[in-house]
Design a protein around this ligand. Structure first.
Ligand code: F6R
Length: 364
């Protein structure tokens, strides 16, 4: 049932090109720059968006916030569901609440959805499990079609959720006139490349390199993950993945925040993973890398293919295929899933059943 893989998690990591194809298929039209999501929602009918989710799905929501604000210029807030449901949120008929969930059963997210509905919000779900509890209460569901995810640590659902947000942001941007046809086509093309780019990210020599790096640092006590902009959530997700399956303490930070506290942690025993793929802000990220280096931290840099220039600032480099910045979180996440995976297996952990965790959290 694991299709020749040792674990469900690894199988699901390798299923990502197919999962992404299924998420994107039939929804993007290159020729016209149009996106067809088959949802009844009127894209002009709200003034703000609240994205609500837990865990990995919350990080997908943070990428969603960035994409929607950039591409559709609608104000977005993102909440963890357990906070949202109890904080007396400000909701109106002009709010679109977007809940994000693999299982569609997470109790905090379900209750947060009910809270948003009580306030009059329109509701949309970014959901994997067909016919799950949330889908029965949502106005509209954008299924991610990632297929069943059995490994407790979410992998293909995450990248599919992020891809769903790329499409949603594009759809909103087109409908609301913030994206012209050329920009839309460009992004649409970038999105359609994702299955191929992820396939490339899973090429044997890249996976071998990630495994080597994972084994080199597997005995670290702590890990820091840094990223900026649309890839700040990639750093958060990388840290979550590592801690949940390897039990190594890891923190994810926006790179620019490092100076405001976590820099105090840096010494020769601290591996720091920096997401430094091609971006408008790459130079700033590289200066954060130099700050880590200056304090003897061990830098593991995620760089775009061909970036030998910045490789000299790193102790170890993980190259990833070049992608349009707006879709790069999908490609980058794959490398960090593998880093977590090989760290955990080097330490002999059961990655499919990490201690204290359940696949679907239906109790508060
Ligand atoms: C982490 C992980 C969890 C889930 C979270 C939400 O790898 O899997 O953090 O993302 O429990 O679950 P869903 O998406 O089912 O609502």
């Amino acid at each position: 049932e694991k299709g020749g893989f040792d674990t469900y998690m690894l199988k699901e990591i390798y299923e990502q090109p197919q999962a992404l194809t299924n998420t994107l298929i039939g929804r993007l039209h290159d020729d016209t720059g149009e996106v067809n999501l088959d949802i009844g929602l009127d894209p002009q009918s709200f003034k703000r968006i609240s994205i609500i989710a837990c865990g990995t799905a919350y990080y997908a929501g943070l990428v969603g916030e960035y994409l929607i604000e950039q591409l559709a210029r609608i104000p977005v807030e993102v909440d963890v569901a357990s906070e949202y449901r109890y904080r007396n949120p400000i909701v109106s008929e002009q709010t679109l609440a977007v809940v994000v969930s693999q299982s569609g059963e997470t109790i905090d997210t379900l209750e947060a959805l009910r809270e948003a509905k009580k306030g009059g919000a329109k509701t949309l779900g970014v959901i994997n499990a067909k016919g799950s509890s949330m889908t029965r209460e949502l106005d509209d569901t954008l299924y991610i079609h990632a297929g069943p995810e059995i490994g407790v640590a979410s992998t293909k659902a995450y990248t599919s959720m992020v891809s769903a947000f790329v499409m949603l942001a594009l759809w909103l941007g087109r409908a609301r006139g913030t994206l012209d046809e050329t920009q839309a086509r460009d992004l649409l093309h970038a999105a359609r490349e994702l299955p191929r780019l992820v396939e490339e990210a899973l090429a044997p020599e890249r996976v071998e390199q990630i495994k080597r790096v994972a084994e080199k640092y597997a005995h670290a006590r702590d890990y820091l993950f840094l990223g900026r902009g649309v890839n700040a959530p990639t750093a958060f997700e990388g840290a979550l993945k590592l801690k949940e399956i390897s039990y190594i303490h890891a923190e994810g930070y926006a790179a620019g925040e490092m100076k405001h506290g976590p820099i105090a942690l840096i010494d020769a025993n601290l591996p720091v993973v920096v997401v430094a793929t091609e971006s408008r802000l790459l130079e700033k990220t590289i200066s954060n890398v130099q700050e880590v280096r200056a304090r003897s931290g061990q830098v593991i840099a995620l760089l775009s293919d061909g970036d030998t220039e910045n490789a000299r600032h790193a102790d170890d480099v993980l190259y990833v295929p070049r992608a349009h910045e707006m879709v790069s979180p999908v490609v980058n996440a794959v490398a960090l899933q593998l880093l977590a995976y090989f760290t955990a297996t080097a330490l002999g952990k059961d990655v499919d059943k990490p201690r204290n965790l359940a696949k679907s959290v239906t109790v508060e």
